[in-house]
Design a protein around this ligand. Sequence first.
Ligand code: 5AD
Ligand code: SF4
Length: 483
Amino acid sequence: MYENRIEFDKMDFTQEPPVEEPQRQYYYIARARAYVKAESERLGRPLTCVVTTFGCQMNARDSEKLSGILRQIGYVETTEEEQADFVIFNTCTVRENANLRVYGRLGQLNRVKKKHPHMMIALCGCMMQEPEVVEKLQKSYRFVDLIFGTHNIYKFAELFVRRLESERMIIDIWKDTDKIVEDLPVERKYPFKSGVNIMFGCNNFCSYCIVPYVRGRERSRNPQDIIREIEHLVADGVVEVMLLGQNVNSYGKTLDEPMSFAALLQEIEKIEGLERIRFMTSHPKDLSDELIDVMARSKKICRHLHLPVQSGSTRILGKMNRRYTKEQYLQLVKRLRDAVPDISLTTDIIVGFPGETEEDFLETMDVVEQVRYDSAFTFQYSKRTGTPAATMENQVPQDVVTDRFDRLLTRVQEISAQTCSRFEHTIQNVLVETVNDHDSSLVTGRMDNNLLVHFPGNESLIGKIVPVKLTECKGFYYIGECV
Ligand code: 5AD
Ligand code: SF4
């Protein structure tokens, strides 16, 4: 575990860089740090950076790693993108909209860079794993300084130095990797909660999804490394962890000594001082009875499960390569609710998958009616080049997709307003996260099902888990009072 103990200023980087990781990156951090120090002395001010994250929690965690390295290099984080000396976009490509947003933001940055030519711009993350994207950037976005992908984030300091010493656009994209580099610096966004990667990549190949192509094959971290990381986080004030993986339910299958996700959870539960455990994302096909049992017995695992259904039609689920039927999914929900009665369920749903008929769509509506999700993320199907679904026949016309999407969203929202209010007048434990933005006499925190609660309190409560009486449900959040 990286423990802020390395004295980068005393490191000798006149020698050849080490071959071993993470020592090699420590060497490059030291070298980058000398550059940044000299530049900041020349300017008479600290150098500033902004890390902008698009996409999911995996990306958010990757950004914390980038921030950690940037901080060690000597940058100070700012929110003023236009004034920053270094800007990095950590991109997502799960739907086409995500890509369009990045191009839009890049256009804006180009105008800023014309006024501040010293600004450095880096792009990384899932979108960079698509060859067409990199081609386009090389051709039409020459002002970008550094491009890297999802597999070599750990090499950020090394690539940064390469850019400083070459004056050319640096591009370093790997197709895949089996390497997991531990012990690099991380800068957490919150002092009291943290994401923890337990695995990387995905082997499921859902036919609409680009993730297996941009995040590579599934690989799990060693349980000892995960436990060690969480123990250090807890010693540093963390009370809640979110275990991250594209498909956490298949954790451990590829380890030299295979271990189930349920077994990992039981080990994590033993860590003293850790109060809450969350995880995402769960694939329904791999959710075991062992896991349900562990959840039911656990005192720390939050009573919340994000269980993407994607579609309610068994026929469409087959074409999506999801490997469960509508009935199997509903059965699973029943087993979960029997074991953990007040569990909150959330989901992802795609509307307009190729070949989806009105009947198929009504099957999805039926699942929504039966499960009554606490909340559902609804998406219009987006064609991703290179995935099997992109070349399927019967792509659904946009007006039909829009109509179905609107009907689904209306129903999903009505149901979640009803299900969310079921905790009204009960007492729930709330992890306090911030002083309320609008009213500083209130604090804002989260229940273990992730719903927000605002209640009277002050800064001293931040990071604490306190019992709160939920006096009023306001649709998707609660007003409460300390008990
Ligand atoms: N089109 C629309 N939604 C998609 N998702 C993944 N790929 C696509 C796509 N091509 C959605 C799924 C997934 C969530 C993260 O994004 O619902 O669970
Ligand atoms: Fe996350 Fe997938 Fe987007 Fe990558 S493409 S950031 S893994 S949602």
